[in-house]
Design a protein around this ligand. Structure first.
Ligand SMILES: Cc1ncc(COP(=O)(O)O)c(C=O)c1O
Length: 456
């Protein structure tokens, strides 16, 4: 039956009847009714009630160049007319898949010169696991299979992605993680090491990797994977000492080092990639989200020359996706990366708009609810705590964050709550006036939250 839906309640009803949402309590959403987003431009969204919403999260950490860039829709239409699809399996390629690979080798760090394409961050992290297994087998060390990651890491929702991830609430919903996926402490200085200097704690937290390698035996460990800044885990910014020490340990024990750049990549931290902000050189790098600014699904794994040298003489790699290197997605990603580069958006995050947002956020540390402000470039978190002196969290973690998030929702600002951390990652094109609007609204929502729980 073809029914024309023209009211929010009709859309909500149809959504209730037929749509299962990710990471959502179905009954709760059905009772409340879903918000229908209808259009977007720059850093703003509009819903079906005509409300204008400022998007402090770039969608889901992905719309780096902002909404509504016609260049990308034009490129997609042109590519669909010319060649809507062809695969990269049959000893074939397409021009967009190849020229994007070349562009990626230019914008990524030295030594990362080959890409294996996928359609999502999760898929590309699965690819990382299979590539690492393949690499060690080809080197005559097939027992090196175990991956070490961090608690509260997010690496996706596929079986390998959720096993790499360290989210307890995901692991609880299945026999997860799968065998061969191990987790160490997240480098959360504010909660785990505030009795030390941040750099002392960074070394201590990295030391957990060495302990884990020794426990498992280096001969059994394939790789360590981490997000330069843990995004979904609460924008956990590691101490400066952390990543260089992780790299030293990986090299010492001959363990591959993988940077999950799905959030940090493509300018978020003020460099092209988060590993460049934190001073380490990964063997593989997962990319998605900002690779196309979310305009179309595409992802990739950048693989270092030293791995490619081994893989290229090891026969077939029996892995791939129908849409690996999809020509339309590749053309859109290429146009997106060209905009990031030609408009100097990454440099702008480093020297102008990133420092502006971080400087303005510093004042939030005086708010009665805020225990810590942390961030880099255009990504930040406000940690809401019960006691600022002792860093004591609220009794039921997540409750206050949810109150704040609900105020944000009602006041047409998008901030994400992870536990009691309120997160921000606006599009890289945001202006200073828009940062002011975003942070003024964020402050108002913090005030409303503090009043609700009697802390103001
Ligand atoms: C760091 C990181 N890795 C992987 C993923 C999974 O990406 P996707 O949702 O595209 O599968 C995400 C998604 O948020 C992420 O933040």
């Amino acid at each position: 039956m073809n029914v024309v839906l023209n009211s929010t309640s009709q859309w909500q009803q149809e959504d209730r009847e037929h749509h299962l949402h990710p990471f959502t309590d179905i009954a709760q959403l059905n009772a409340k009714g879903v918000r229908v987003i209808t259009k977007a431009d720059g850093v703003y969204l509009w819903d079906s009630e005509g409300e204008k919403i400022i998007d402090g999260m770039s969608g889901l950490w992905c719309v780096n160049i902002g909404y509504g860039r016609k260049e990308l829709s034009e490129v997609a239409a042109r590519q669909m007319d010319e060649l809507a699809y062809y695969n990269t399996f049959f000893q074939t390629t397409t021009m967009p898949a190849t020229s994007l690979a070349t562009l990626l080798s230019e914008v990524t760090p030295d030594g990362l010169n080959h890409v294996f394409y996928g359609n999502s961050g999760s898929e590309s992290n699965d690819t990382v696991v299979r590539l690492a297994w393949r690499y060690w087998a080809a080197k005559g060390q097939p027992n090196k299979t175990v991956f070490i990651a961090r608690q509260n890491a997010y690496h996706g929702s596929t079986l390998a992605g959720s096993s790499l991830g360290g989210m307890g609430y995901m692991h609880k919903q299945g026999p997860l993680p799968l065998p061969g996926f191990e987790h160490i402490e997240q480098p959360h200085w504010y909660f785990n090491g505030a009795d030390m200097t941040s750099d002392e704690y960074g070394i201590k937290a990295a030391g957990k990797l060495e302990e884990k390698i020794l426990e498992l035996g280096a001969d059994n460990v394939a790789a360590f994977i981490g997000e330069p800044i843990q995004g979904a885990g609460g924008v956990i910014v590691p101490p400066d000492s952390y990543w260089p020490e992780i790299q030293r340990i990986c090299r010492k024990y001959d363990i591959l080092l993988v940077s999950d750049e799905v959030i940090c990549g493509f300018g978020r931290t003020g460099e092209w990639f988060g590993c460049q902000s934190f001073g380490f050189e990964p063997d593989m790098m997962t990319m998605a989200k900002g690779m196309s600014s979310g305009y179309i699904p595409i992802s990739g794994v950048m693989v270092h020359d030293r791995l490619v040298d081994v893989l290229k003489d090891s026969g077939d790699f029996n892995h791939g996706y129908t849409y690996s290197g999809h020509p339309v997605a590749a053309a859109v990603a290429q146009a997106n990366i060209s905009i990031l580069r030609d408009e100097g958006l990454v440099e702008r995050v480093k020297t102008d708009i990133g420092p502006y947002m971080q400087e303005r956020l510093k004042a939030f540390a005086d708010h009665p609810l805020v225990g810590q402000v942390r961030g880099r470039g255009l990504i930040a978190a406000l940690e809401l705590v019960k006691d600022k002196e002792t860093h004591q969290p609220f009794d039921k973690v997540g409750e206050v964050g949810m109150i704040c998030r609900n105020h944000c929702f009602e006041n047409n600002i998008i901030m994400r709550a992870t536990g009691d951390s309120m997160l921000l990652a606006p599009p890289l094109v945001i202006t200073k006036a828009e940062i002011d609007e975003l942070l003024d609204k964020a402050l108002m929502c913090l005030d409303l939250t503090a009043k609700d729980i009697g802390m103001m």
